[in-house]
Design a protein around this ligand. Structure first.
Ligand SMILES: Nc1nc2c(ncn2[C@@H]2O[C@H](COP(=O)(O)OP(=O)(O)OP(=O)(O)O)[C@@H](O)[C@H]2O)c(=O)[nH]1
Ligand SMILES: [Mg+2]
Length: 299
């Protein structure tokens, strides 16, 4: 008789790629719940975020990472790149996420880093829903395959949830044989405070478009439980006085919309009622301030 527990696999699979290729969308789709925030803007993710998937014979700890980018001048950007590089180095397996039919100098840069790490790597070719007809993908895949000794290339659509079983299975097959590292049923390593702050940041970023480029951060300052309801005080940091009225909007309407959108999403996500108090704080140049970054868990 064989001992089936010895076939169980578990490990860390880091989703790595340039900004905006869909790493966080893919993490959420692979895990089946929203763990990491998503916006159309590049450089949305700032932290390393784990999302867990349970398969019959494996537990996968997916690691979302900030998009690796060049020209990181501010301390925030440098910290984001360091975070992504560290997650890459620590991973059992790297999932290099690229966008179908696109290959640019930033993808090239990411691949160089991955190659230097000497980690085993599998490619998730994302956004294939945009490729029509599908045959157009073939020469792209062939080119990509020549660039490195990849374990496999798996075309997926994170948005339309296409081919995710193949990707999960390919990842699981290359993880080390190991007992589960996380309790059964666990979803993420991130606590409620972080998830609330991130959801507010997502709604705010969606609302701001290009008006306050990369200038906001959110910090949950107080979290209290009262009569089964969560009362949350959260500060939105802007880095210049002039941005404050932009975030607040005429008669406070923009801030109100952000609060409502975040509250509704969080009610659903956490399965409980929430009262959100938002206000805007000016922290001059927070994105270049080591202490501010530390307070946000960005080092
Ligand atoms: N059409 C299409 N769009 C996608 C797909 N996956 C992600 N997107 C979109 O791409 C944009 C960026 O998605 P994110 O998941 O935030 O990308 P990311 O790689 O995590 O970006 P950073 O955190 O900034 O590095 C969003 O507008 C997504 O809706 C996909 O499979 N198809
Ligand atoms: Mg992201």
């Amino acid at each position: 008789m064989t001992d089936s527990s010895s076939d169980f696999r578990c490990g860390f699979a880091a989703l790595v790629g340039r900004p905006n290729v869909g790493k966080s969308t893919l993490l959420n789709a692979l895990v089946g719940q929203k763990v990491s925030i998503v916006t159309p803007r590049p450089q949305t993710t700032r932290h390393r975020i784990i999302g867990l998937a349970q398969l019959p014979n494996a537990q996968i700890a997916f690691v979302d990472t900030p998009g690796l980018h060049s020209q990181a001048r501010r301390a925030l950007n440098k910290a984001m790149n360091r975070t992504a590089a560290a997650a890459l180095e620590d991973a059992d397996l790297v999932v290099f996420v690229v966008e179908a039919l696109v290959w640019n100098t930033e993808d090239e840069l990411v691949l160089k880093r991955i190659a230097r790490s000497e980690r085993p790597v599998l490619v998730a070719v994302n956004k294939v829903d945009k490729v029509k007809p599908r045959e157009r993908l073939l020469p792209y895949l062939a080119d990509l395959d020549r660039r490195h000794g990849f374990l496999a290339l798996v075309p997926v659509s994170a948005l339309k949830e296409k081919n995710l079983d193949d990707l999960r299975n390919a990842i699981a097959a290359h993880l080390p044989v190991s007992a589960p590292l996380f309790p059964d049923g666990e979803l993420t390593d991130r606590g409620i405070q972080f998830r609330i702050a991130e959801m507010i940041r997502e709604k705010l970023t969606l609302e701001l478009n290009q008006e306050v480029p990369y200038g906001v951060a959110v910090e949950v300052e107080k979290l209290a439980e009262e009569d089964g309801q969560l009362n949350v005080d959260a500060a939105i940091w802007v880095d210049r006085e002039g941005q404050k009225p932009i975030v607040i909007g005429a008669k406070g309407e923009r801030l109100k919309r952000v609060g409502t959108a975040a509250r509704l999403a969080l009610n659903g996500m956490l399965g409980r009622r929430l009262h959100l108090n938002l206000w805007v704080k000016v922290r001059e140049n927070w994105a270049d301030n080591a202490r501010a970054l530390r307070e946000l868990g960005l080092e």
